[in-house]
Design a protein around this ligand. Structure first.
Ligand SMILES: CCCC(=O)SCCNC(=O)CCNC(=O)[C@H](O)C(C)(C)COP(=O)(O)OP(=O)(O)OC[C@H]1O[C@@H](n2cnc3c(N)ncnc32)[C@H](O)[C@@H]1OP(=O)(O)O
Length: 311
């Protein structure tokens, strides 16, 4: 059905259909774990469902910017099991949003996320269940990062443990003045398991990653910017008179990257993603395929007809 929808969007020739089918195939295979790794998604979902509370809310806006809210205020937006399932479902919805251009991930009630719900963690503290939860969340967060949308984590208050890992599954991170990102795993006798360590090394280098994880360092906006973890600092709207609401500030910040037609913005994200993740020869072939989806497409033809100078 999804493939049919894509065919309707790109009716120009069958080679484009083949390209889209191939890209779609790649998107489907964007999970890290499948049955060949002994991963059974239905089995872990059943287990996670028993730990309910909170929700992950998705608002798709006409502007092409969606807002994903981690919503469990009574536990500082910690991830219950049912929220992990919610997250995976919201990511599926975003994977199939042709009009989408950007995504803001935020926490409810003025804080970002305090990681996994410690009540659930205690209940599944055995080795086997821990591994299954780890694989489930790595799959979900890998798919989040690989969405064809330009994503930003809006950090207000605290992003702790798995919450800190979640910020690294976005393309950008914005911090409110006074907020903190902290990989507290060491204090819990853990290391990141939701893919946060691997992504952190890519973002800040292995030296800085070792310092942040080894010292469970509290990263404030200044340190975050200095080491390249954080892309912008927002004015605390409650402390700074006249400052716009944080979500508004984040939308303004993101809009410079999401201005333009959705197929072009999605193609931008896809070429960067392939360059980030694939060996160069494969990244080049993927870039060619993606280029083929925008070359001669409406936005390209319109630009050729109307513009000749970029001032
Ligand atoms: C691979 C994933 C690894 C992980 O994510 S492990 C989990 C890492 N996260 C943590 O250890 C955070 C533990 N929580 C804290 O340190 C503090 O609660 C925190 C977030 C600094 C907030 O401190 P305060 O502002 O003093 O507020 P508080 O402690 O009274 O918390 C308010 C209510 O929220 C609850 N809460 C906060 N974080 C939670 C969590 N992760 N799981 C379950 N419940 C959590 C906390 O128990 C309290 O509930 P209650 O009001 O006592 O019923």
């Amino acid at each position: 059905m999804v493939l049919c929808a894509l065919r309707q969007q790109v009716p120009r020739c069958s080679s484009h259909c083949r390209t889209w089918a191939r890209l779609l195939q790649r998107q489907r295979s964007s999970c890290v774990y499948s049955s060949i790794h002994g991963f059974n998604q239905d089995e872990i979902k059943e287990k996670l469902q028993a730990f309910h509370g909170g929700s992950i809310d998705l608002l798709k806006q006409d502007s092409g910017i969606a807002v994903l809210t981690i919503n469990n205020p009574s536990r500082m937006n910690a991830f219950s099991g049912s929220m992990m399932i919610d997250l995976e479902e919201r990511v599926s919805q975003l994977e199939n949003w042709p009009e989408g251009k950007g995504l803001i991930v935020q926490g409810a009630a003025e804080t970002f996320c305090s990681g996994s719900d410690l009540n659930a963690v205690r209940a599944i503290s055995n080795q086997q269940d821990g591994m299954k939860m780890c694989m489930f969340m790595q799959n979900a967060l890998t798919r989040l990062l690989r969405l064809p949308l330009i994503s930003v984590a809006l950090v207000e208050g605290r992003a702790l443990g798995g919450g800190a890992e979640l910020t690294t599954a976005c393309d950008f991170r914005l911090m409110e003045a006074g907020s903190v990102i902290q990989f507290v795993h060491k204090h819990m006798g853990l290391v990141p398991g939701w893919g946060g360590a691997g992504r952190l090394v890519h973002l800040v280098g292995s030296q800085n990653a070792l310092k942040l994880l080894g010292g469970a360092v509290k990263v404030d906006p200044e340190l975050g910017v200095n080491i390249g973890l954080v892309d912008g600092v927002l004015e605390g709207h409650q402390k700074t008179e006249g400052a716009a609401p944080l979500l508004q500030q984040a939308e303004n910040w993101l809009s410079r990257y999401t201005k333009g037609p959705a197929p072009v913005i999605q193609a931008v994200k896809k070429v960067v993603l392939s360059g980030r993740e694939l060996p160069l020869p494969e990244a080049l072939r993927t870039e060619k395929d993606i280029f083929g989806t925008v070359w001669g497409a409406p936005a390209n033809l319109e630009a050729l007809a109307s513009k000749s100078k970029h001032k």
